[in-house]
Design a protein around this ligand. Structure first.
Ligand code: NAD
Length: 495
Protein backbone atom coordinates (compact mmCIF):
# COMPACT_ATOMS: atom_id res chain seq x y z
CA UNK A 1 0.00 0.00 0.00
CA UNK A 2 2.93 2.33 0.84
CA UNK A 3 4.35 2.10 -2.67
CA UNK A 4 0.98 2.83 -4.26
CA UNK A 5 0.50 5.87 -2.04
CA UNK A 6 4.02 7.12 -2.54
CA UNK A 7 3.48 7.06 -6.33
CA UNK A 8 0.05 8.68 -6.00
CA UNK A 9 1.45 11.47 -3.78
CA UNK A 10 4.23 12.11 -6.28
CA UNK A 11 1.74 12.24 -9.16
CA UNK A 12 -0.78 14.42 -7.30
CA UNK A 13 1.64 17.03 -6.03
CA UNK A 14 4.31 17.42 -8.72
CA UNK A 15 4.56 21.03 -9.88
CA UNK A 16 2.00 22.20 -7.33
CA UNK A 17 2.51 24.62 -4.44
CA UNK A 18 0.13 24.70 -1.53
CA UNK A 19 0.41 28.28 -0.39
CA UNK A 20 -2.28 30.83 0.30
CA UNK A 21 -4.39 32.13 -2.57
CA UNK A 22 -4.59 35.89 -2.13
CA UNK A 23 -5.54 38.51 -4.69
CA UNK A 24 -5.39 36.05 -7.57
CA UNK A 25 -2.01 34.52 -6.83
CA UNK A 26 -0.25 31.85 -4.82
CA UNK A 27 1.64 33.45 -2.01
CA UNK A 28 3.72 32.27 0.91
CA UNK A 29 3.09 33.32 4.50
CA UNK A 30 4.66 36.62 5.50
CA UNK A 31 6.77 34.76 8.07
CA UNK A 32 7.58 31.94 5.65
CA UNK A 33 6.33 29.16 7.96
CA UNK A 34 4.73 25.95 6.71
CA UNK A 35 3.16 22.81 8.09
CA UNK A 36 3.01 19.33 6.66
CA UNK A 37 -0.12 17.46 5.71
CA UNK A 38 -0.14 13.67 6.03
CA UNK A 39 -1.73 10.75 4.18
CA UNK A 40 -3.59 8.93 6.98
CA UNK A 41 -3.69 5.58 5.13
CA UNK A 42 0.08 5.19 5.32
CA UNK A 43 1.16 8.04 7.63
CA UNK A 44 3.39 9.56 4.95
CA UNK A 45 3.83 13.31 4.41
CA UNK A 46 2.08 14.65 1.32
CA UNK A 47 3.07 18.29 0.99
CA UNK A 48 4.16 21.43 2.82
CA UNK A 49 1.43 24.01 3.23
CA UNK A 50 1.83 27.70 4.08
CA UNK A 51 0.90 28.43 7.66
CA UNK A 52 -1.02 31.70 7.84
CA UNK A 53 -1.03 34.21 10.69
CA UNK A 54 -2.92 37.43 11.27
CA UNK A 55 -0.70 39.33 8.79
CA UNK A 56 -1.75 36.95 6.03
CA UNK A 57 -5.40 37.28 7.06
CA UNK A 58 -4.99 41.09 6.90
CA UNK A 59 -3.61 40.80 3.37
CA UNK A 60 -6.44 38.53 2.28
CA UNK A 61 -9.17 40.67 3.85
CA UNK A 62 -7.70 43.76 2.24
CA UNK A 63 -7.67 42.02 -1.16
CA UNK A 64 -11.27 40.89 -0.65
CA UNK A 65 -12.36 44.40 0.38
CA UNK A 66 -10.63 45.91 -2.66
CA UNK A 67 -12.29 43.45 -5.05
CA UNK A 68 -15.68 43.98 -3.41
CA UNK A 69 -15.62 47.77 -3.65
CA UNK A 70 -13.94 48.00 -7.05
CA UNK A 71 -15.94 45.40 -8.91
CA UNK A 72 -17.86 42.52 -7.34
CA UNK A 73 -20.53 44.54 -5.52
CA UNK A 74 -21.36 46.33 -8.76
CA UNK A 75 -21.77 43.22 -10.90
CA UNK A 76 -25.11 41.84 -12.03
CA UNK A 77 -26.15 38.39 -10.82
CA UNK A 78 -25.85 37.33 -14.45
CA UNK A 79 -22.21 38.31 -14.73
CA UNK A 80 -21.37 36.76 -11.36
CA UNK A 81 -23.10 33.56 -12.42
CA UNK A 82 -21.11 33.58 -15.67
CA UNK A 83 -17.81 33.90 -13.75
CA UNK A 84 -18.77 31.13 -11.32
CA UNK A 85 -19.74 28.85 -14.22
CA UNK A 86 -16.42 29.56 -15.92
CA UNK A 87 -14.76 28.41 -12.73
CA UNK A 88 -16.84 25.23 -12.58
CA UNK A 89 -15.85 24.43 -16.16
CA UNK A 90 -12.21 24.58 -15.05
CA UNK A 91 -12.96 22.44 -12.00
CA UNK A 92 -14.87 19.90 -14.07
CA UNK A 93 -11.81 19.35 -16.23
CA UNK A 94 -9.84 18.48 -13.06
CA UNK A 95 -12.23 16.26 -11.13
CA UNK A 96 -9.76 13.37 -10.94
CA UNK A 97 -6.91 15.60 -9.82
CA UNK A 98 -9.00 17.24 -7.09
CA UNK A 99 -10.44 13.91 -5.95
CA UNK A 100 -6.98 12.34 -5.70
CA UNK A 101 -5.69 15.24 -3.59
CA UNK A 102 -8.70 15.06 -1.30
CA UNK A 103 -8.53 11.28 -0.97
CA UNK A 104 -4.83 11.38 -0.05
CA UNK A 105 -5.34 14.25 2.38
CA UNK A 106 -8.36 12.81 4.22
CA UNK A 107 -8.23 9.04 3.65
CA UNK A 108 -11.62 9.21 1.93
CA UNK A 109 -12.11 6.43 -0.68
CA UNK A 110 -11.20 7.87 -4.07
CA UNK A 111 -14.56 6.89 -5.55
CA UNK A 112 -16.41 8.87 -2.86
CA UNK A 113 -14.04 11.81 -3.27
CA UNK A 114 -14.84 11.86 -7.00
CA UNK A 115 -18.57 11.99 -6.29
CA UNK A 116 -18.07 14.75 -3.74
CA UNK A 117 -16.05 16.88 -6.18
CA UNK A 118 -18.96 16.46 -8.60
CA UNK A 119 -21.32 17.61 -5.84
CA UNK A 120 -19.12 20.65 -5.16
CA UNK A 121 -19.44 21.72 -8.77
CA UNK A 122 -23.20 21.21 -8.67
CA UNK A 123 -23.53 23.41 -5.58
CA UNK A 124 -21.54 26.19 -7.21
CA UNK A 125 -23.71 26.00 -10.31
CA UNK A 126 -26.88 25.89 -8.23
CA UNK A 127 -26.00 29.07 -6.34
CA UNK A 128 -25.08 30.81 -9.60
CA UNK A 129 -28.56 30.02 -10.95
CA UNK A 130 -30.40 30.89 -7.74
CA UNK A 131 -28.73 34.29 -7.54
CA UNK A 132 -30.00 34.97 -11.06
CA UNK A 133 -33.51 33.91 -10.13
CA UNK A 134 -33.64 36.09 -7.02
CA UNK A 135 -36.33 38.76 -7.02
CA UNK A 136 -36.81 41.89 -4.96
CA UNK A 137 -39.91 43.64 -3.65
CA UNK A 138 -41.87 46.80 -4.20
CA UNK A 139 -43.99 47.84 -1.20
CA UNK A 140 -47.17 49.71 -2.17
CA UNK A 141 -47.38 53.01 -0.20
CA UNK A 142 -50.16 54.95 -1.89
CA UNK A 143 -49.37 57.43 -4.62
CA UNK A 144 -46.95 59.80 -2.87
CA UNK A 145 -44.17 57.40 -2.04
CA UNK A 146 -42.20 54.78 -3.86
CA UNK A 147 -40.70 52.13 -1.56
CA UNK A 148 -38.62 49.21 -2.66
CA UNK A 149 -36.21 46.71 -1.11
CA UNK A 150 -32.66 46.17 -2.24
CA UNK A 151 -30.95 42.96 -1.12
CA UNK A 152 -27.30 43.83 -0.85
CA UNK A 153 -24.29 41.64 -0.17
CA UNK A 154 -22.64 42.19 3.21
CA UNK A 155 -19.17 42.70 1.76
CA UNK A 156 -16.29 40.46 2.87
CA UNK A 157 -17.35 37.02 4.09
CA UNK A 158 -14.98 35.12 6.38
CA UNK A 159 -15.51 31.38 6.11
CA UNK A 160 -13.92 28.66 8.24
CA UNK A 161 -14.10 25.00 7.27
CA UNK A 162 -13.58 21.55 8.86
CA UNK A 163 -11.70 18.61 7.37
CA UNK A 164 -14.37 15.93 6.87
CA UNK A 165 -15.84 17.11 3.55
CA UNK A 166 -13.34 19.82 2.60
CA UNK A 167 -14.21 20.60 -1.00
CA UNK A 168 -17.90 19.91 -0.70
CA UNK A 169 -18.33 22.34 2.21
CA UNK A 170 -16.14 24.86 0.39
CA UNK A 171 -18.66 24.67 -2.49
CA UNK A 172 -21.59 25.16 -0.10
CA UNK A 173 -20.11 28.23 1.50
CA UNK A 174 -18.15 29.93 -1.25
CA UNK A 175 -20.87 29.39 -3.84
CA UNK A 176 -23.54 31.14 -1.76
CA UNK A 177 -21.30 34.04 -0.70
CA UNK A 178 -19.97 34.79 -4.19
CA UNK A 179 -23.28 34.37 -5.96
CA UNK A 180 -24.88 36.81 -3.52
CA UNK A 181 -22.19 39.37 -4.37
CA UNK A 182 -19.78 39.04 -1.44
CA UNK A 183 -16.08 38.46 -1.70
CA UNK A 184 -14.53 35.69 0.38
CA UNK A 185 -11.65 34.89 2.69
CA UNK A 186 -11.74 31.18 3.44
CA UNK A 187 -9.69 29.31 6.03
CA UNK A 188 -9.66 25.55 5.32
CA UNK A 189 -8.88 23.05 8.05
CA UNK A 190 -5.19 22.44 8.68
CA UNK A 191 -6.03 18.73 8.43
CA UNK A 192 -7.28 18.87 4.83
CA UNK A 193 -6.11 21.94 2.92
CA UNK A 194 -5.01 20.49 -0.41
CA UNK A 195 -8.12 20.14 -2.59
CA UNK A 196 -9.44 23.56 -1.56
CA UNK A 197 -6.13 25.28 -2.25
CA UNK A 198 -6.01 23.69 -5.69
CA UNK A 199 -9.63 24.59 -6.44
CA UNK A 200 -8.88 28.21 -5.53
CA UNK A 201 -5.88 28.23 -7.87
CA UNK A 202 -8.15 26.96 -10.64
CA UNK A 203 -10.30 30.09 -10.24
CA UNK A 204 -7.47 32.25 -11.63
CA UNK A 205 -8.89 32.48 -15.15
CA UNK A 206 -12.50 32.82 -14.04
CA UNK A 207 -12.85 35.04 -10.98
CA UNK A 208 -11.44 38.57 -10.72
CA UNK A 209 -8.40 38.89 -8.44
CA UNK A 210 -9.30 39.22 -4.77
CA UNK A 211 -12.86 37.90 -5.09
CA UNK A 212 -11.87 34.51 -3.66
CA UNK A 213 -9.02 34.23 -1.16
CA UNK A 214 -7.84 31.19 0.77
CA UNK A 215 -5.54 31.43 3.78
CA UNK A 216 -4.22 28.14 5.13
CA UNK A 217 -3.18 27.59 8.71
CA UNK A 218 -4.21 26.65 12.21
CA UNK A 219 -7.34 27.67 14.08
CA UNK A 220 -5.89 29.96 16.70
CA UNK A 221 -3.28 31.44 14.35
CA UNK A 222 -5.31 32.04 11.18
CA UNK A 223 -8.93 31.22 12.05
CA UNK A 224 -9.27 33.41 15.14
CA UNK A 225 -7.83 36.56 13.47
CA UNK A 226 -10.34 36.09 10.66
CA UNK A 227 -13.25 35.94 13.11
CA UNK A 228 -11.94 39.01 14.98
CA UNK A 229 -11.16 41.11 11.91
CA UNK A 230 -12.83 44.55 11.84
CA UNK A 231 -13.23 44.51 8.10
CA UNK A 232 -15.06 41.16 7.84
CA UNK A 233 -18.80 41.73 7.41
CA UNK A 234 -20.21 38.21 7.64
CA UNK A 235 -18.89 35.02 9.26
CA UNK A 236 -19.71 31.46 8.44
CA UNK A 237 -18.22 28.57 10.38
CA UNK A 238 -18.52 24.81 10.10
CA UNK A 239 -16.90 22.74 12.82
CA UNK A 240 -17.21 21.69 16.43
CA UNK A 241 -19.49 23.21 19.07
CA UNK A 242 -16.67 24.50 21.34
CA UNK A 243 -14.96 26.36 18.48
CA UNK A 244 -18.35 27.50 17.15
CA UNK A 245 -18.98 29.20 20.49
CA UNK A 246 -15.64 31.02 20.23
CA UNK A 247 -16.52 32.13 16.71
CA UNK A 248 -19.90 33.39 17.91
CA UNK A 249 -18.24 35.32 20.77
CA UNK A 250 -15.86 36.97 18.30
CA UNK A 251 -18.81 37.74 16.02
CA UNK A 252 -20.67 39.31 18.95
CA UNK A 253 -17.72 41.59 19.65
CA UNK A 254 -17.87 42.91 16.12
CA UNK A 255 -21.70 42.70 15.84
CA UNK A 256 -21.06 40.51 12.80
CA UNK A 257 -23.79 38.16 11.52
CA UNK A 258 -22.74 34.54 11.82
CA UNK A 259 -23.81 31.20 10.42
CA UNK A 260 -22.79 28.15 12.45
CA UNK A 261 -22.90 24.57 11.22
CA UNK A 262 -21.85 22.42 14.17
CA UNK A 263 -21.85 18.86 15.40
CA UNK A 264 -24.47 16.17 15.82
CA UNK A 265 -25.49 12.99 17.60
CA UNK A 266 -28.25 12.05 15.24
CA UNK A 267 -30.74 9.25 15.91
CA UNK A 268 -32.04 6.67 13.47
CA UNK A 269 -35.39 5.48 14.84
CA UNK A 270 -36.56 2.00 13.84
CA UNK A 271 -40.26 1.52 14.49
CA UNK A 272 -41.56 -2.07 14.76
CA UNK A 273 -43.41 -1.95 11.42
CA UNK A 274 -40.30 -0.94 9.45
CA UNK A 275 -38.76 -2.91 6.61
CA UNK A 276 -36.00 -4.16 8.90
CA UNK A 277 -33.57 -5.27 6.21
CA UNK A 278 -33.79 -1.92 4.46
CA UNK A 279 -33.55 0.00 7.74
CA UNK A 280 -30.38 -1.89 8.70
CA UNK A 281 -28.67 -1.25 5.36
CA UNK A 282 -29.66 2.42 5.45
CA UNK A 283 -28.50 2.94 9.04
CA UNK A 284 -25.16 1.21 8.35
CA UNK A 285 -24.47 3.61 5.46
CA UNK A 286 -25.72 6.45 7.66
CA UNK A 287 -22.99 5.84 10.23
CA UNK A 288 -20.12 4.23 8.30
CA UNK A 289 -19.93 6.45 5.19
CA UNK A 290 -16.81 8.61 5.45
CA UNK A 291 -15.66 6.33 8.31
CA UNK A 292 -18.26 7.90 10.57
CA UNK A 293 -16.74 11.37 10.19
CA UNK A 294 -19.98 13.06 9.13
CA UNK A 295 -21.66 15.76 11.18
CA UNK A 296 -25.01 14.14 10.40
CA UNK A 297 -23.91 10.50 10.92
CA UNK A 298 -26.64 8.48 12.64
CA UNK A 299 -24.50 7.56 15.60
CA UNK A 300 -27.47 6.36 17.68
CA UNK A 301 -29.87 3.68 16.44
CA UNK A 302 -33.07 3.68 18.51
CA UNK A 303 -34.84 0.39 17.90
CA UNK A 304 -38.17 -0.87 19.18
CA UNK A 305 -37.71 -3.71 21.68
CA UNK A 306 -39.90 -6.09 19.61
CA UNK A 307 -37.56 -5.93 16.62
CA UNK A 308 -34.27 -5.40 18.46
CA UNK A 309 -32.93 -8.92 17.77
CA UNK A 310 -34.00 -9.00 14.13
CA UNK A 311 -32.66 -5.50 13.50
CA UNK A 312 -29.32 -6.13 15.24
CA UNK A 313 -28.70 -9.27 13.17
CA UNK A 314 -29.49 -7.41 9.97
CA UNK A 315 -27.38 -4.41 11.02
CA UNK A 316 -24.34 -6.59 11.78
CA UNK A 317 -24.75 -8.27 8.39
CA UNK A 318 -24.88 -4.84 6.72
CA UNK A 319 -21.78 -3.79 8.69
CA UNK A 320 -19.86 -6.55 6.89
CA UNK A 321 -20.11 -4.36 3.79
CA UNK A 322 -17.99 -1.66 5.47
CA UNK A 323 -14.48 -3.04 5.78
CA UNK A 324 -11.17 -1.23 5.96
CA UNK A 325 -9.43 -0.91 2.63
CA UNK A 326 -6.97 1.16 0.65
CA UNK A 327 -8.79 4.41 -0.24
CA UNK A 328 -7.06 4.47 -3.61
CA UNK A 329 -8.57 1.13 -4.68
CA UNK A 330 -11.95 1.02 -6.36
CA UNK A 331 -14.55 -0.71 -4.22
CA UNK A 332 -13.12 0.39 -0.87
CA UNK A 333 -15.88 1.49 1.48
CA UNK A 334 -14.03 2.35 4.69
CA UNK A 335 -10.87 4.43 4.62
CA UNK A 336 -8.79 5.41 7.64
CA UNK A 337 -9.72 8.15 10.06
CA UNK A 338 -8.31 11.44 8.83
CA UNK A 339 -5.52 11.99 11.36
CA UNK A 340 -3.86 10.39 14.34
CA UNK A 341 -5.61 12.39 17.09
CA UNK A 342 -8.92 11.43 15.53
CA UNK A 343 -7.91 7.76 15.69
CA UNK A 344 -6.89 8.16 19.34
CA UNK A 345 -10.18 9.89 20.14
CA UNK A 346 -12.24 7.09 18.58
CA UNK A 347 -10.21 4.43 20.34
CA UNK A 348 -10.63 6.25 23.66
CA UNK A 349 -14.43 6.35 23.21
CA UNK A 350 -14.49 2.61 22.57
CA UNK A 351 -12.76 2.14 25.93
CA UNK A 352 -15.24 4.52 27.55
CA UNK A 353 -18.15 2.52 26.08
CA UNK A 354 -16.71 -0.72 27.50
CA UNK A 355 -16.24 0.90 30.93
CA UNK A 356 -19.79 2.26 30.86
CA UNK A 357 -21.10 -1.28 30.44
CA UNK A 358 -22.18 -1.28 26.78
CA UNK A 359 -21.55 -4.52 24.88
CA UNK A 360 -19.36 -4.59 21.78
CA UNK A 361 -21.05 -6.84 19.24
CA UNK A 362 -18.84 -5.93 16.27
CA UNK A 363 -15.29 -4.61 15.82
CA UNK A 364 -13.75 -2.52 18.55
CA UNK A 365 -10.13 -2.54 17.37
CA UNK A 366 -7.76 -1.11 14.80
CA UNK A 367 -7.28 -3.65 12.03
CA UNK A 368 -3.80 -5.16 11.95
CA UNK A 369 -1.53 -6.27 9.11
CA UNK A 370 -1.08 -3.90 6.21
CA UNK A 371 -3.27 -1.30 7.96
CA UNK A 372 -0.87 -0.95 10.91
CA UNK A 373 0.80 2.18 9.57
CA UNK A 374 -2.47 4.04 8.97
CA UNK A 375 -5.25 5.48 11.10
CA UNK A 376 -7.72 2.67 10.38
CA UNK A 377 -10.42 1.59 12.82
CA UNK A 378 -12.88 -1.27 12.43
CA UNK A 379 -16.57 -0.48 12.21
CA UNK A 380 -17.74 -0.95 15.77
CA UNK A 381 -21.19 -1.64 17.12
CA UNK A 382 -22.22 -1.23 20.76
CA UNK A 383 -25.40 -2.89 21.97
CA UNK A 384 -27.10 -2.43 25.38
CA UNK A 385 -26.42 1.30 25.25
CA UNK A 386 -28.20 3.63 27.62
CA UNK A 387 -28.89 7.08 26.20
CA UNK A 388 -27.24 8.67 29.26
CA UNK A 389 -23.89 7.07 28.52
CA UNK A 390 -21.14 9.32 27.17
CA UNK A 391 -20.92 7.23 23.99
CA UNK A 392 -24.59 8.10 23.34
CA UNK A 393 -24.33 11.78 24.26
CA UNK A 394 -20.96 12.93 22.87
CA UNK A 395 -19.95 13.24 19.23
CA UNK A 396 -17.33 10.53 18.60
CA UNK A 397 -16.91 11.23 14.89
CA UNK A 398 -15.85 7.71 13.97
CA UNK A 399 -17.32 4.39 12.76
CA UNK A 400 -19.01 3.67 16.08
CA UNK A 401 -22.71 2.80 16.33
CA UNK A 402 -24.75 2.72 19.55
CA UNK A 403 -27.88 0.56 19.64
CA UNK A 404 -30.49 1.71 22.16
CA UNK A 405 -33.94 0.13 22.66
CA UNK A 406 -37.28 1.85 23.28
CA UNK A 407 -40.71 0.59 24.29
CA UNK A 408 -43.17 2.97 22.63
CA UNK A 409 -43.49 6.04 20.40
CA UNK A 410 -43.24 8.56 23.26
CA UNK A 411 -40.05 6.99 24.56
CA UNK A 412 -38.54 6.94 21.06
CA UNK A 413 -39.12 10.67 20.63
CA UNK A 414 -37.88 11.46 24.12
CA UNK A 415 -34.65 9.56 23.48
CA UNK A 416 -34.25 11.04 20.00
CA UNK A 417 -34.42 14.56 21.45
CA UNK A 418 -32.42 13.85 24.59
CA UNK A 419 -29.05 15.14 23.33
CA UNK A 420 -27.69 18.68 23.04
CA UNK A 421 -27.62 18.40 19.26
CA UNK A 422 -30.35 18.56 16.62
CA UNK A 423 -28.77 18.21 13.22
CA UNK A 424 -30.55 15.27 11.59
CA UNK A 425 -32.60 12.14 12.21
CA UNK A 426 -33.69 9.02 10.37
CA UNK A 427 -37.06 7.37 10.76
CA UNK A 428 -37.82 3.84 9.53
CA UNK A 429 -41.50 2.97 9.33
CA UNK A 430 -44.11 1.87 6.79
CA UNK A 431 -46.79 3.93 8.47
CA UNK A 432 -47.36 7.40 7.04
CA UNK A 433 -48.81 8.78 10.27
CA UNK A 434 -45.86 7.59 12.36
CA UNK A 435 -43.49 9.08 9.78
CA UNK A 436 -45.14 12.51 9.76
CA UNK A 437 -45.64 12.62 13.53
CA UNK A 438 -42.01 11.70 14.17
CA UNK A 439 -40.89 14.25 11.57
CA UNK A 440 -42.79 16.91 13.50
CA UNK A 441 -41.75 15.76 16.98
CA UNK A 442 -38.01 15.26 16.47
CA UNK A 443 -36.09 18.49 16.90
CA UNK A 444 -33.60 18.41 14.03
CA UNK A 445 -32.88 20.32 10.83
CA UNK A 446 -33.15 17.29 8.51
CA UNK A 447 -35.47 14.31 8.84
CA UNK A 448 -35.02 11.35 6.53
CA UNK A 449 -37.80 8.78 6.32
CA UNK A 450 -36.73 5.35 5.05
CA UNK A 451 -33.50 6.89 3.80
CA UNK A 452 -30.49 8.66 5.24
CA UNK A 453 -28.05 11.37 4.13
CA UNK A 454 -30.49 12.60 1.49
CA UNK A 455 -30.02 16.15 0.29
CA UNK A 456 -28.54 18.20 -2.48
CA UNK A 457 -28.61 21.62 -4.06
CA UNK A 458 -31.80 23.37 -3.02
CA UNK A 459 -32.47 21.30 0.10
CA UNK A 460 -31.70 23.31 3.26
CA UNK A 461 -29.19 21.78 5.64
CA UNK A 462 -28.44 22.96 9.18
CA UNK A 463 -29.10 22.37 12.82
CA UNK A 464 -31.53 22.89 15.65
CA UNK A 465 -30.22 23.42 19.21
CA UNK A 466 -26.41 23.19 19.60
CA UNK A 467 -26.05 21.96 16.01
CA UNK A 468 -26.05 25.50 14.74
CA UNK A 469 -27.66 28.60 13.35
CA UNK A 470 -28.60 29.10 9.72
CA UNK A 471 -29.05 26.86 6.71
CA UNK A 472 -26.71 25.92 3.86
CA UNK A 473 -27.35 24.51 0.39
CA UNK A 474 -30.62 26.31 -0.34
CA UNK A 475 -32.28 29.43 -1.63
CA UNK A 476 -32.46 30.85 1.89
CA UNK A 477 -28.64 30.59 2.13
CA UNK A 478 -28.39 33.41 -0.41
CA UNK A 479 -30.58 35.49 1.94
CA UNK A 480 -28.12 34.77 4.75
CA UNK A 481 -25.41 36.42 2.64
CA UNK A 482 -27.41 39.56 1.92
CA UNK A 483 -29.04 42.28 3.99
CA UNK A 484 -32.10 44.19 2.97
CA UNK A 485 -32.24 47.92 2.48
CA UNK A 486 -35.59 49.72 2.32
CA UNK A 487 -35.46 52.67 -0.08
CA UNK A 488 -38.19 55.28 0.55
CA UNK A 489 -38.71 57.92 -2.11
CA UNK A 490 -41.12 60.84 -1.78
CA UNK A 491 -42.73 61.62 -5.13
CA UNK A 492 -43.20 65.27 -6.12
CA UNK A 493 -46.54 66.56 -7.30
CA UNK A 494 -46.84 66.27 -11.07
CA UNK A 495 -45.68 69.40 -12.90
P1 NAD B 1 -13.01 22.23 14.64
O1 NAD B 1 -14.04 23.05 15.32
O2 NAD B 1 -11.91 21.68 15.44
O3 NAD B 1 -12.30 23.10 13.49
C1 NAD B 1 -13.02 23.68 12.44
C2 NAD B 1 -12.23 24.82 11.85
O4 NAD B 1 -12.09 25.84 12.83
C3 NAD B 1 -10.81 24.46 11.41
O5 NAD B 1 -10.52 25.13 10.22
C4 NAD B 1 -9.96 25.01 12.55
O6 NAD B 1 -8.65 25.35 12.15
C5 NAD B 1 -10.74 26.25 12.92
N1 NAD B 1 -10.53 26.77 14.27
C6 NAD B 1 -10.08 26.10 15.37
N2 NAD B 1 -10.00 26.94 16.43
C7 NAD B 1 -10.42 28.15 15.99
C8 NAD B 1 -10.60 29.42 16.63
N3 NAD B 1 -10.32 29.60 17.91
N4 NAD B 1 -11.08 30.43 15.88
C9 NAD B 1 -11.40 30.27 14.58
N5 NAD B 1 -11.23 29.10 13.92
C10 NAD B 1 -10.76 28.05 14.63
O7 NAD B 1 -13.80 21.11 13.86
P2 NAD B 1 -13.21 19.94 12.96
O8 NAD B 1 -12.59 18.94 13.87
O9 NAD B 1 -12.40 20.51 11.85
O10 NAD B 1 -14.53 19.34 12.27
C11 NAD B 1 -15.35 18.42 12.88
C12 NAD B 1 -16.58 19.07 13.44
O11 NAD B 1 -17.27 19.75 12.39
C13 NAD B 1 -17.58 18.07 13.97
O12 NAD B 1 -18.12 18.55 15.18
C14 NAD B 1 -18.65 18.02 12.89
O13 NAD B 1 -19.90 17.59 13.34
C15 NAD B 1 -18.65 19.43 12.42
N6 NAD B 1 -19.25 19.54 11.08
C16 NAD B 1 -20.49 20.12 10.95
C17 NAD B 1 -21.11 20.20 9.70
C18 NAD B 1 -22.47 20.80 9.54
O14 NAD B 1 -22.84 21.13 8.42
N7 NAD B 1 -23.24 20.98 10.61
C19 NAD B 1 -20.45 19.70 8.58
C20 NAD B 1 -19.19 19.12 8.74
C21 NAD B 1 -18.60 19.06 10.00
Amino acid sequence: MKERHSEAIERATTDLRFEHWIDGESTDSADGTTFETTDPAVSMPIASVSSGKSTDIDRAVSAARGAFEAEWRKTTPRSRAKRIREWTTLLRARVDELARLESLDTGKPLEYARDEVGDTIEYLEYYASVAQAHEGAHLPQGTDNHVYIRNEPYGVAGQILPWNYPLNLFGWKVGAALAAGNTVVCKPSEEAPLSITRAAQLSADALPDGVLNVVNGFGTEAGAPLTQHDDVDKLSFTGSVPVGKQVMTAAADGVTPVTLELGGKSPFVVFPDADIEQAATTAAAGIFYNTGQSCDACSRVLVHEDVHGEFTDAFLAATDGWTAGDPLLEGTTLGPLTFEEQHDKVSKYVDIGREEGATIVYGGESPAGEYDDGQFFEPTVFDDVDNDMRIAQEEIFGPIECIITFGDYEEAIELANDVEYGLAAGVATRDATTAHRAAADIRAGSIWVNEYHGGGPGIPFGGFKASGIGRECAKQTIDEYTQSKAVNIALDDPV
